[in-house]
Design a protein around this ligand. Structure first.
Ligand code: SF4
Ligand code: MG
Length: 314
């Protein structure tokens, strides 16, 4: 709640602080046990920073992160390490996040060693089990990451995240680097694993098409702010925020008869170093009104369970 991440901007003589980049600017949301929350927005909107702040891989400038009733901000490093057993990340580029000189067995064993779980024999047995769970087999354990395809490497990344038996998985664009046919295989695997292990997911993506199927609720971010959040079906059927509408119009519709009038996004996303006054989206919004460049709209419940930050609904 109230999460902020400001990076200091240094410029001018002697590296004097000239301002802040508001990478994440006051966002609040919750995730229920067992559900999948999608977080969507263009690159630079702060979605990855948000995911990392939840794990405290990045320290929030301000705000609170509660996990299982426990406040994580300000927790000592030993306790934080304990808690991280229960929350794991899956990254976009499985190759970059897997040490190329380690075998799959070493990669998967590492989180257990870090947390002091099991004997060597027990750890190796768990490696074999987890490889099976993600659709590989224990005979892959002695191989190196470069010997696998992109989809297989992402399966290894997922197996690694599951090693400590976590409750929450934060997946940061886990399928963005994969071919479309492989994407659906990995998404199906994530859904099966959610059922099997009662996992809660936060699924970060830049594409609304990818998160639709997997998410129970979806939050849309723009320039460090949450602009809309509601149930997945509702977001796709009755989007409220002009930015969400524009993003949705870019998602391919299987039946061309259903295709809506495209609302294309014009212009680039403004720099977070110098965000527009008022509504951060007003420089690109087709429904922009006078008030929009003056007053920042707050996230409000427009219909039950459907929140949006836009002056159209004042
Ligand atoms: Fe557009 Fe104004 Fe709504 Fe912002 S507040 S999205 S500028 S209508
Ligand atoms: Mg990112």
């Amino acid at each position: 709640a109230g999460l902020k991440k400001y990076f200091p901007l240094h410029g001018g003589f002697f590296g004097k602080k000239t301002g802040d980049v508001k990478a994440v600017d006051d966002i609040s949301f919750f995730v229920k046990k067992g559900e999948t929350l999608g977080l969507v927005g263009e690159s630079g909107c702060g979605k990855s920073t948000t995911g990392r702040m939840l794990m405290r891989l990045i320290e929030p400038t301000e705000g609170s992160v509660r996990f299982d009733g426990k406040e994580l901000v300000g927790l000592g490093s030993k306790e934080m390490r304990e808690t991280r057993k229960d929350m794991q990340m899956v990254f976009q580029d499985p190759f970059a996040s897997l040490n190329p000189r380690h075998t799959v067995e070493q990669i998967l064993e590492e989180p257990l060693i870090v947390h002091g779980i099991g004997t060597s024999a027990e750890r190796k047995q768990r490696v074999g089990e987890m490889l099976e769970v993600v659709g590989l087999s224990s005979y892959h354990a002695k191989r190196y990451p470069h010997q696998f395809s992109g989809g297989q490497r992402q399966r290894i990344g997922i197996a690694r995240a599951l090693m400590t038996n976590p409750k929450l998985i934060i997946a940061d664009e886990p399928v963005s680097a994969l071919d479309v046919s492989i994407q659906s295989q990995v998404l199906n695997l994530l859904e099966d694993l959610q059922q099997e292990f009662q996992l809660t997911y936060i699924f970060i993506a830049h594409d609304l098409g990818v998160v639709r199927h997997i998410s129970d609720r979806v939050g849309v971010m723009y320039l460090g702010r949450l602009v809309e959040i509601t149930d997945s079906d509702r977001l796709y059927e009755e989007p409220l925020h002009p930015y969400t509408k524009a993003l949705l119009s870019a998602v391919p519709v299987p039946d061309p008869g259903q295709r809506k009038e495209p609302v294309l996004l014009t212009g680039d996303m403004p720099s977070p170093e110098n965000p527009p006054m008022g509504c951060a989206f007003h420089t690109r919004c087709r429904e922009c009104m006078a008030i929009c460049s003056e007053e920042r709209p707050v996230l409000k419940e427009i219909t039950p369970g459907h929140f949006a930050a836009c002056h159209l609904y004042d």
